[in-house]
Each structure stands twice: as C-alpha cells, then as structure tokens.
Design a protein around this ligand. Structure first.
Ligand code: PGA
Length: 251
C-alpha cells in the first residue's frame, strides 16, 4: 500500500517572528515540487504570518506544536484547537516527549487532545518513544505499545486512519545520536504490528509513521528508505532552509 510521505519541521521555541517568516519564505521558494507533504510546525504566535507566507506553495502545510484538550475557558496561557483551526492550521503535534517530560502530559490527557484536534478536522501528529533507561533495559517495544494503547485505542478504525504517528526515541532528540536503521525499522514495524492487532492489517499498513530524533540532511535518505518509515519529524535541522529542503527531497 502506498502511504503518504510527510516531512514535518518542529521549530520548538526558536525564531523571532521575523526570523520565522523569513525561514518559511526560504523553504517555500527553495522546496520545488515534492512528493512528500511538508509541514511547518511553528510557535503559536508565528502561525498567522507563516500561514500567509506559504499560501499557494505546493504540498506545504501549517502545523502547531501543541494545543489544550478543552474546548475553551479559564486556562490562562493556553491555546485551543478551535483557535488553531481558525488560523488555518492543518496538523498539530500531540505528545511530544518534551511536553510529556517538562509539562507532565499523560497518555490519558493526550487521548483527549487527539479527540479535540480530530473533532476540528485537523491531523494530529502523535509522538511516541522511549527514554534511554527504558531502551537500556530492552523494554522499548512494550513501553511504546503502552503509549499507543493508552492514547489511541479509544479511536475507531475510521478515525485512527486520520492520524499520523511519529516515533521519536527520547535519547535521540537533539542529541546528535540517531537511531540506527535497524533500531528505527524494528520500532516502526512493531508500532505497525500493535496497530494491526487492534485495527487490522489494512488500516495499519495505511498509516504514515514518521521517524524523529537527530534526523538530518546526511542521514534522512537512509532512514526514509526503511520499509516502515514514511518520513520524518525534524527538530534542529528544520531551522536551516537548506538542510530542511535536502531532507524533503530525501525519498
Ligand atoms: P531533533 O528533534 O531533530 O532536533 O532531534 C526532533 C523532535 O524533537 O521532533
């Protein structure tokens, strides 16, 4: 089955508005025709301006890095799914390991975030992945399966088909340590297997599963060539237009 290829840039808490708009413009100009869908997940305050900057660019979409799980209300400092939708956001990263670690987001809370993002017609990019200590104990497969079970398994088969999954081993994020092709393929295949057991082979084989964690212009081609890797979620290397454009063309 032919799956959608996706490369999403996660800018995290980087770039002023001016720098962000400039970067988006450089990417829109340099990227050319791509087979992959390209998503720019910018800080909230950049969304409107970056959205305007990328209008009309082929296969280029606006993404957010998080949203609150409630519809609206007294949640000072938070941003709702409706707000994101109202500025043209099409993808929302949910459950990034930095959100899980620093903001104590739980699997149950992430399930709620997925629901609200889906209810607004946007596509969640759901992140999963094990910390180093779990990998060292060789418990990574069961750890990630649990993240999937607790955040996704309430969804029905038609709905699960609308999400994108990103496998991001925590020990590889921002560290320059990339998962080896064998490690990435093992986990991507096991994620697909976990979903296949619950939703059937056809649904699981249609899901796009991205790799994230020190993916860069030099290693993207090798990672994207793996049978169960359908693209990448890119942090550091998404902040330089030239590197990001190289990654987009690494299929
Ligand atoms: P990195 O980040 O590419 O800088 O490792 C990836 C991510 O956190 O999404």
């Amino acid at each position: 089955m032919k799956r959608t290829k996706i490369v999403a840039g996660n800018w995290k808490m980087n770039n002023t508005l001016e720098e962000g708009v400039k970067l988006a413009g450089q990417i829109a100009t340099a990227k050319g025709q791509t087979e992959a869908r390209v998503v720019l997940c910018t800080p909230f305050i950049h969304l409107t301006a970056v959205g305007t900057q990328i209008i009309g660019a082929q296969n280029l979409f606006l993404g957010a890095q998080n949203c609150h799980q409630e519809e609206k209300g007294a949640y000072t400092g938070e941003v709702s799914a409706s707000m994101l939708q109202s500025v043209g956001v099409e993808y929302v990263i949910i459950g990034h390991s930095e959100r899980r670690e620093y903001f104590k987001e739980t699997n149950a809370q992430l399930a709620q975030k997925l629901d609200i993002v889906l209810s607004k017609g946007m596509t969640p990019i759901f992140c999963c992945g094990e910390p180093l200590a779990v990998r060292q104990k060789e418990k990574h497969v069961t750890y990630v399966a649990r993240q999937l079970r607790e955040s996704l398994f309430h969804l029905d088969a038609a709905t699960i088909s609308k999400i994108v999954i990103a496998y991001e081993p925590v020990w590889a994020i921002g560290t320059g340590l990339t998962a080896s092709p064998e490690q990435a393929q093992e986990m991507h295949a096991s994620i697909r297997k976990t979903l296949s057991r619950k939703y059937g082979k056809k649904v699981a084989s249609g899901l796009s599963i991205l790799y994230g964690g020190s993916c860069n212009a030099s290693n993207a081609r090798q990672l994207f060539a793996l049978p169960d890797v359908d693209g990448g979620l890119i942090g550091g290397a998404s902040l330089k237009a030239e590197d990001f454009v190289t990654i987009i063309h690494s299929f």
